[in-house]
Design a binder for this molecule. Structure first.
Ligand SMILES: Nc1nc2c(c(=O)[nH]1)N[C@@H](CN(C=O)c1ccc(C(=O)N[C@@H](CCC(=O)O)C(=O)O)cc1)CN2
Ligand SMILES: NCC(=O)N[C@@H]1O[C@H](COP(=O)([O-])[O-])[C@@H](O)[C@H]1O
Length: 201
């Protein structure tokens, strides 16, 4: 029986992609990563994929904008490139574009996102910084990480896994970022495996 096929979308360093790569190599994630797509040509995650022998596509939005084309057209082209490799699951691992319904309609119930916040808190970009600011204002004592299904409503899809992350007195932002990234690297693997197990159940 062939392994489930993952496509991973990135925009940056790719430490969460690396966690997936390492988990597949160590047989802690029963899947194969068949493609990595980045919207940023400078994303270090592209180097991580290449080092692991994983095909990559660099697909920036700017050429579409420069040609007077829309984000919807971008999303439709992006979806087709991904569909061409027949994924079982698309993982957003630091993918920093909001995906339109025209993209999501092509992937019913098999897009997953990692987000460094708890459900209903700090949706969107810069979640860790915003949580740290809320802590410094005395509003929260903890934040967290979640893996969720992706719907049009940003970061509001069904939660697959979540984990609280404490914020300690005296923490600097980088202390919280480090603590969160450790949880992310574990949760993205566990969340992908749980998602795949539920797909075949
Ligand atoms: N339809 C959905 N698209 C995406 C989701 C989602 O849940 N539904 N998750 C995000 C990831 N993400 C938070 O987890 C997130 C990433 C980026 C943004 C954002 O405001 N992006 C800006 C552009 C930023 C940039 O290009 O530097 C934008 O798209 O205008 C919000 C949330 C991935 N997509
Ligand atoms: N809203 C989505 C979001 O903020 N995603 C965040 O981007 C970073 C990607 O790091 P990486 O490129 O090292 O995996 C991670 O912290 C991830 O939670």
């Amino acid at each position: 029986m062939s392994l489930p096929r993952l496509v991973v979308l990135i925009s940056g360093s790719g430490t969460n992609l690396q966690a997936l790569i390492d988990a597949v190599a160590a047989d802690r994630l029963r899947a194969t990563i068949v493609l990595v797509v980045s919207n940023k040509k400078t994303a270090y995650g592209l180097q991580r994929a290449a080092a692991a022998g994983i095909p990559t596509i660099i697909f920036p939005l700017k050429p579409f904008k420069d040609a007077g084309r829309t984000r919807i057209e971008y999303d439709i082209d992006l979806a087709q490139k991904i569909l061409d490799v027949r994924p079982d699951l698309v993982v957003l691992a630091g993918w920093m574009h909001i995906l339109s319904s025209q993209f999501l309609d092509r992937f019913p119930n098999n897009v997953m996102n990692l987000h460094p916040a708890l459900p209903g808190e700090f949706d969107g970009a810069e979640a860790i910084h915003r949580a740290f600011d809320a802590f410094m204002e005395g509003k929260i004592k903890r934040t967290g990480v979640m893996v969720h299904k992706v719907i049009a409503d940003v970061d509001r899809g069904e939660v697959i896994l979540k984990e609280e992350v404490p914020i300690h007195e005296g923490d600097r932002l980088e202390d919280l970022e480090t603590r969160i990234h450790v949880v992310e690297h574990r949760l993205i693997v566990a969340g992908a495996q749980k998602f795949l197990d539920e797909l075949v159940a």
